[in-house]
Design a protein around this ligand. Structure first.
Ligand SMILES: [Zn+2]
Length: 389
């Protein structure tokens, strides 16, 4: 049995810290979230929804029922029992079906903020979500950005992830200032507790933080990299299931949506490139950027290259010369396209980009040369690997 106690609030200078004690297989531990004190008035202390969702994977992974010495949302309880737990167990065969046992259920709508929020990384998806809601009014207008340290800055958390979190925040804060929005930052030890791959668990980690602020968010938009037609039960690409999981985490107070589902990655890139506020802030890179370079993005990793090529094909890359090393990319451009075409296992986003390359007639003899070169290189590497096994 995994037992979660009542949430407890503490203050430390201008920070507020909400935490719970929990016990799993006779071991006690503490899960905490810390955030700026000024958001305390929007914090839910009456219900333990956030902690339940944060620790749900721990229950599923270890096969322990979860008992809470605190109330939870009635709606969330219903969704967990009838949809969520079954769906998660279906996609991951290692999870076990568990029971949730709250002290009581609540039907109260706690929301007072009557506004909307979304996570902001300054990547293509989160910026698309923001601009896609440009003409919305309350409670659907995005008044707040969120920035959470729950695993996207390093799988298992710790000091390194916290440093990257703080570093990336500078860019997020600068963009938010430009578009006149506030950022709600939340730090947590959830990563250290879960010790699970972020890629398999990120959706519930993020929603766990958002659930702390049900009094603020009437609506919360979750940016997923997927489009409607990517939906599927696939253990390798768990994001394809977001459109089922995320809305089912809604409560009486907050509704969750997966946003920008109508756009392909190319369409999202095109959408954001119409807004000059993105030119100095687009951050798609998988590498932390404090490491001796001028631009936010490394211009070398697969996410950087993919985005730069898309922008180039759209005729927009030069607008982003402050955040990418455009010259370096152009020198290597044909090699990159060749490499993409030579890939044996193409991801959905690879295939989409290849279609776009074909449409724009970018495949010339140089690209074909690099394609063949990359195929030979891949075969050679494979042969060497099998020889020295
Ligand atoms: Zn990069």
């Amino acid at each position: 049995m995994l037992i979660i106690e009542e949430p407890r609030l503490e203050k430390n200078n201008d920070k507020a810290i909400i935490s719970v004690q929990f016990e799993l297989e006779n071991q006690r531990n503490e899960l905490w979230y810390s955030f700026p004190e000024k958001f305390e008035k929007f914090l839910v202390t009456e219900q333990a929804d956030a902690f339940l969702i944060g620790l749900l994977f721990l229950g599923l992974k270890t096969g322990n029922d979860i008992k809470l010495n605190a109330p939870i949302s009635s709606k969330l309880y219903y969704s967990l029992r009838h949809y969520l737990i079954d769906a998660l167990c279906l996609v991951n065969k290692n999870y076990k079906k568990i029971r949730i046992i709250p002290s009581s259920l609540s039907l109260t709508d706690l929301n007072v903020g009557n506004t909307a929020g979304t996570g902001l990384s300054c990547g293509i998806d989160s910026l698309s979500t923001f601009y896609d809601h440009n003409d919305e009014v309350a409670p659907f207008k995005i008044d707040y950005f969120t920035f959470f340290n729950v695993g996207s800055h390093g799988d298992h958390g710790g000091n390194n992830a916290r440093l990257v979190f703080k570093d990336r925040y500078k860019n997020v804060e600068a963009f938010a200032k430009k578009v006149n929005r506030e950022v709600l930052t939340v730090d947590s030890n959830l990563s250290e507790i879960l010790e699970m791959k972020f890629q398999e668990t990120y959706n519930l980690r993020t929603i766990s933080c958002a659930l702390l602020f049900q009094k603020l968010f009437k609506n919360y938009y979750y940016s997923s990299g997927t489009r409607f037609d990517h939906y599927g039960f696939n253990n390798n690409e768990i994001a394809d299931l977001d459109m089922l999981i995320i809305p089912n985490l809604s409560t009486e107070s907050t509704s969750f949506f997966v946003s920008a589902l109508k756009y392909s990655r190319v369409e999202r890139t095109e959408l954001i490139s119409n807004f000059p506020d993105t030119y100095n802030h687009l951050d798609v890179c998988t590498h932390p950027y404090s490491m001796n370079r001028e631009e936010i993005n490394c211009s070398k990793c697969y996410k950087c290259q993919r985005t730069m090529l898309t922008l180039d094909l759209l005729g927009k890359l030069d607008l982003y010369s402050k955040v990418f090393n455009v010259q370096k990319f152009r020198k290597n451009r044909n090699n990159y396209i060749g490499w993409l075409l030579s890939k044996k296992k193409k991801l959905t986003l690879d295939r989409e980009l290849i279609n776009f390359i074909e449409e724009t007639g970018e495949i010339n003899w140089q690209v074909e040369f690099f394609k063949v070169k990359n195929i030979i290189y891949r075969k050679k590497t494979k042969l060497f690997q099998s020889l020295f096994k």
